[in-house]
Design a protein around this ligand. Structure first.
Ligand SMILES: O=C(O)CCC(=O)Nc1cc2ccccc2cn1
Ligand SMILES: [Mn+2]
Length: 236
């Protein structure tokens, strides 16, 4: 999806977008990971959550990854991990999700501007994936350690917006643990409401979702490095 024609009039504050984009550029260049809390504010965050809950009730989510760990093979069961649905934001009854997407687009487009020597970490971002809405049903569902973009498919930044109110990792699990390549520490990200997380999608950031014991929602966008994306599409 092309970022050049930003979505119709949206209601975020450009000053906030500029401030957040400066933080994203700084943290991505310094750590390869950036966490911003209170991204939309309670009211707008809640409106996005309600649209996701309505969608989940309507049954559009499909079973996500299959995780066949040994424990389940005996009972020849497979534990389903996340259940997902893809949105381009124009769907009906999704205007709050659309505004969230537009605000993330604005932050990353701003991060590309001359103010930050025209790029973010030497990446020129001009497009992104659709939005993936994911739900971990909470029966111990998890996501095994993986890299989002191990083979240069074009994705350079993963942006995940979390929707989980009153989330307590000690009780509910569901921690996102990132293992930054070459560092001797991990980054533990709690999937708390109205938090947005950015990280490099490539091998620099293997990550896992630990077993969740309460329903856990997130919306993920992947932003493409223009050059890498063009190459990947040419080699299809
Ligand atoms: O919810 C989180 O905290 C992150 C979960 C996560 O890594 N999800 C995820 C989901 C994916 C679905 C399809 C293809 C690649 C994928 C890579 N990652
Ligand atoms: Mn991932």
């Amino acid at each position: 999806i092309n970022l050049e024609n930003p979505m119709a009039s949206v209601d975020y504050d450009m000053n906030v977008v500029n401030e957040v984009s400066r933080i994203v550029v700084n943290d991505m260049n310094a750590y390869g990971i950036c966490v911003v809390d209170n991204f939309l504010g309670d009211a707008k965050g809640l409106a996005v959550l309600n649209e996701v809950l309505d969608m989940y009730q309507s049954g559009v989510f499909k079973d996500g990854q299959l995780v066949s760990s040994s424990a389940y093979r005996e009972r020849n069961q497979l534990i389903r991990s996340d259940r997902i649905t893809w949105l381009d934001g124009t769907e009906t009854k999704c205007h709050n999700i659309r505004n969230l997407i537009a605000k993330v687009d604005a932050v990353l487009t701003k991060a590309n501007t001359s103010a930050n020597n025209g790029q973010i970490g030497h990446h020129l971002i001009k497009s992104r994936s659709k939005a993936m809405v994911a739900c971990y049903p909470g029966n111990g569902t998890h996501y095994v350690k993986h890299v989002d973009n191990p083979n240069n498919d074009g994705r350079c930044i993963t942006a995940i917006y979390y929707l989980n109110r009153d989330w307590d990792v000690k009780k509910h699990g569901g921690l996102l643990r990132i293992f930054p390549k070459g560092l001797d520490h991990v980054a533990d990200i709690e999937p708390v409401f109205d938090r947005i997380l950015f990280f490099w999608s490539d091998r620099r950031n293997p990550h896992e979702v630990q077993p969740a014991h309460k329903t856990r929602y997130a919306i993920t966008l992947w932003y493409f490095d223009d050059e890498e994306r063009k190459k990947a599409l040419a080699n299809r």
